[in-house]
Design a binder for this molecule. Structure first.
Ligand code: PHE
Length: 364
């Protein structure tokens, strides 16, 4: 084994330092490390040679070699850090996204009118202090009918054109696709301590199809339950909503006596409109358009929701989201809503980048 004079070590150190500086990436640097400090590396070989030396020689050469090994390790580590930083900077630079670039018009998707109106409704009721609630699409007979004061033989069941599931084996209970969002009234009362103030938008299903009916459609349920809410609050809430939604200050409204098993008294709400020239205008004219069903929640329904009707009272209303979307945006055929025709979506769709808010405007 050669001895290791100081000049030899200095040359080796300079040689390794050059190799470290020349390494252009972490992989090249690893090659340098193995050549110097690896099992068969230049420094390791010299350290092994120490065994053949006399004790004095070994002491001096050992110190120098250990020092060299530490210096090289340190230089390798410094270079590795520097290379990693450079690599990261290069990567960040190559992955930069210029968020100020304009959206490519041909790539812009649009928001479906139902989604748009859904968001508008939530913005309005959220501002009035309502929370969001929801319930399942598949309901039991109890939630869809029984708890809503519609017993098995009630004629209202026929009117709902219900989609029934086959009974489960060993049972005669048939689940249904919910025919309205009113079951959410019951589910909310069951798990909320009054005061209750919720809106529940969602899908509903009836076996019906023509220009204004599709087997799947959307409804919005509203429910307010506390100890003092009365019919005046119902009228005020509906009026505030309708004016904000249709973006008109002066709107004629009519509360017409009606009947629903789950409300007493019940009223349907019409808004003033005109059909002049075949075009529908909201807020002017002498015609009427029905937009929702409403009433004071029936004591039996409050009881079915697990609350005491002698203590609690309130109102509920339900309206068709697709229907008010058609009215507000002048869309003639409901079936087109669900045909996924791109030309239709481009024509009636809304900007994907503008969320409806009361402050910025509902329909930009
Ligand atoms: N559920 C009724 C319907 O689908 C609407 C409604 C809801 C009426 C709440 C009164 C109260 O026609």
């Amino acid at each position: 084994m050669q001895d290791t004079p100081a000049s030899d070590l200095a040359a080796l150190k300079a040689e390794i330092a050059d190799a470290i500086a020349a390494a252009e990436d972490e992989r090249a640097l690893e090659v340098v490390r193995v050549a110097a400090l690896g099992k068969k590396g230049s420094i390791s070989a010299r350290l092994k040679g120490l065994g053949a030396m006399s004790p004095e020689e070994r002491k001096a050469a050992g110190q120098a070699l250990n020092q060299l090994r530490d210096d090289v390790a340190e230089a390798l580590e410094a270079r590795r850090t520097a290379l990693a930083e450079t690599a990261l900077e290069a990567r960040l630079a190559s992955e930069t996204v210029d968020v100020t670039l304009p959206v490519r018009p041909e790539r812009t998707g649009t928001v479906h009118p139902v989604t748009q109106v859904w968001q508008e409704i939530i913005a309005i009721f959220g501002d009035m202090g309502f929370s969001l609630a929801e319930g399942p699409h598949i309901e039991s007979d109890w939630y869809n009918f029984g708890a809503l004061n519609i017993p098995p033989e009630h004629p209202a069941r026929q009117e709902h054109d219900t989609f029934y599931f086959n009974p489960r084996p060993g049972s005669d209970e048939r689940l249904v696709l919910r025919t309205h969002t009113s079951p959410v009234q019951i589910r909310t009362m069951e798990n909320t301590k009054p005061p209750i103030r919720i809106v529940a938008p969602g899908r509903t299903f009836r076996s019906d199809s023509d220009q204004t009916h599709t087997p799947m459609f959307h409804q919005l349920e509203a429910l307010v339950i506390d100890e003092t809410t009365h019919l005046g609050h119902l009228k005020g809430t509906v009026e505030a909503f309708v004016k904000t939604f249709f973006e008109v200050d002066d709107l004629k409204m009519r509360f017409r006596p009606s009947h629903f098993p789950f409300t007493e008294p019940s009223m349907e709400v019409d808004i003033g409109c005109s059909w002049e020239g075949g075009e529908l205008k909201i807020g002017v004219g002498d015609d009427w358009l029905e937009i929702l069903g409403s009433g004071m929640v029936h004591p039996n329904v409050i009881r079915a929701g697990g609350l005491d009707p002698d203590r609690y009272q309130g109102f509920a209303f339900g309206m068709g989201i697709d229907r008010i979307a058609m009215l507000k945006y002048g869309i003639p055929d409901l079936r087109a809503f669900f045909e996924a025709d791109l030309r239709w979506l481009r024509h009636y769709g809304f900007s994907a980048l503008a969320m409806p808010t009361l402050a910025e405007g509902l329909s930009l």
